[in-house]
Design a protein around this ligand. Structure first.
Ligand SMILES: Cc1cc2nc3c(=O)[nH]c(=O)nc-3n(C[C@H](O)[C@H](O)[C@H](O)COP(=O)(O)OP(=O)(O)OC[C@H]3O[C@@H](n4cnc5c(N)ncnc54)[C@H](O)[C@@H]3O)c2cc1C
Length: 442
């Protein structure tokens, strides 16, 4: 049995943040990671000139965001790429109507104004919604109040459904009415041309991380805990669990004694989503110039409706689209070729014969990954935003939880992972810690 001050389970951004802050404070820490790499749901693949973030890509709003300073301190390059949060406008977007005709600037402005106007009314519906009601019910209640003519209402309804799918990877009828309360973007958004994984690589520098250590059990007694893995046992005064909600719910990680009822009940209010990325690299560009994104309205866009032009990252014509919510569930068993052909078919509806075959594709599969079981957690009907923070309440003074789902203000993000890790370190040390220290060498 190896002894430490703190054992951290999971080498994603939250786990590495706790580990780094505690190590900087002089603690003996170890991070046990099931996979053969650090980073968790920040995972960059490099193939030739293609640097591709399979997991997180965006900082969704760089203003007033602790993550912005941290990536800057680590010297990570960023490229501005706003509209990554399903905004209706703000940057040039090529909108196509249900018949495949491109909307002119005036029509786009009217539509975006409708969405903004609708959002104001939607906020009132959500405030008035009953506990356990869904985002879809709030949308329908708002539409019923506004009495817009059918086409206008339908364009906004479908936009809101797609927002729920792209932002939370879930159909609006399965999301709590408050499930998108945190959906506020402060300032521009940025992506990382050299890969988001640089963050975890920097955080892990000098930390004792044990890869391919699958944790199966955490036993706790007064002031002490023992963590069992496939490669032996580790004992410590504190244990920080950062595994995703999907792993917590899977039963593959046992707690002895079992977790208290208030905690299991809060955990059961969340679910891992269905959200996958499809990257397509083309020999030539066939789509509209000078746009950040392309959007298809109407039935033709039920599955594939938004494509993000990533060409600016390395000069190779590249589109990114998402299988999100129902489409991710439906295509889960499909092979990559079938998914790509389905996406290309939708693009042909807009660009006809100009669409060429991609010479490189990448399709993710987070739903089948045993160490994430989805991309990030959403609020099931009946849960409340405050349940996120509840998950982080220490148990018996030895067991701590961190990770994206434990942060109320901006869950489902790397920012949430970082901030939750910082909070866990503060809880363990019983004092305030500066974020800026994270980038200091160990
Ligand atoms: C496709 C996709 C797109 C995303 N897009 C964005 C985005 O653009 N912007 C954004 O901010 N966020 C985005 N996110 C969310 C973001 O990636 C996560 O919120 C964040 O990385 C979570 O960090 P974490 O430390 O909480 O969890 P994780 O990164 O999941 O870390 C937990 C670690 O625990 C390990 N683990 C699991 N089980 C065990 C076990 N039994 N024993 C030991 N180790 C175990 C896992 O392998 C993992 O490394 C995206 C995520 C995905 C998947």
């Amino acid at each position: 049995m190896k002894n430490f001050d703190t054992v951290i389970i999971g080498a994603g951004v939250s786990g590495l943040t706790v580990a780094r802050l505690l190590a900087q404070a002089g603690q003996r820490v170890v991070v046990l990671e099931a996979r053969d790499r650090v980073g968790g749901r920040t995972w960059t693949e490099r193939s030739g000139s293609f640097t591709c973030d399979r997991g997180a890509s965006w900082i969704h709003g760089i203003d007033d965001n602790r993550l912005t300073a941290v990536v800057h301190d680590f010297g990570m390059r960023t490229v501005e790429f706003t509209v990554g949060s399903y905004q209706p406008d703000g940057r040039p977007i090529a909108y196509y109507d249900p018949a495949g005709k491109r909307l002119n600037d005036g029509a786009i402005r009217e539509f975006a104004d409708d969405v903004r106007n609708f959002d104001l009314h939607l906020a009132v519906s959500i405030d008035a919604s009953e506990v356990g009601s869904t985002y879809l019910e709030a949308i329908e209640a708002t539409l019923a109040r506004l009495v817009w003519e059918p086409d206008r209402a339908e364009r906004v309804r479908e936009f809101l459904l797609h927002r729920s799918e792209e932002q939370y990877g879930v159909w609006a009828g399965d999301l709590d009415a408050h499930g998108l309360d945190d959906d506020i973007v402060d300032g521009d958004e940025v992506v990382f041309p050299d890969g988001f994984d640089q963050l975890s690589a920097n955080l892990a520098e000098g930390i004792d991380v044990r890869l391919e250590h699958v944790v199966t059990r955490v036993a706790r007694s007064a002031g002490r805990a023992t963590v069992s893995s496939n490669q032996g046992e580790f004992a410590a005064s504190n244990v920080v669990v950062t595994v995703p909600i999907g792993v917590l719910k899977s039963g593959t990680l046992a707690f002895d004694p079992p977790l208290p009822e208030w905690l299991t009940s809060a955990i059961s209010g969340f679910e891992m989503n269905s959200f996958e990325k499809v990257f397509l690299r083309f020999p030539t560009r066939f789509w509209d110039k000078d746009v950040y994104a392309i959007r298809q309205q109407g039935d033709a866009g039920t599955w594939w409706h938004s494509w993000y032009d990533l060409t600016a990252l390395d000069g190779v014509p590249t589109l990114l689209t998402f299988a999100a919510g129902p489409s991710a569930i439906e295509t889960r068993e499909w092979c990559d070729d079938r998914i790509v052909e389905s996406v290309l078919q939708s693009l042909r509806g807009l660009y006809g014969e100009r669409v060429v075959q991609p010479d490189q594709v990448l399709v993710t599969d987070w739903q089948s990954d045993p160490y994430s079981r989805g991309s990030y957690a959403y609020m099931k009907p009946g849960s409340t935003p405050g349940d996120h923070d509840l998950l982080a309440t220490p148990v018996d003074g030895v067991l701590h939880f961190a990770g994206e789902a434990t942060w109320t203000e901006d869950p489902a993000t790397v920012t949430a992972a970082l901030r939750s890790g910082h909070r866990a370190a503060e809880n363990i040390l019983g004092r305030k810690l500066q974020f800026r220290e994270l980038a200091d060498p160990l």
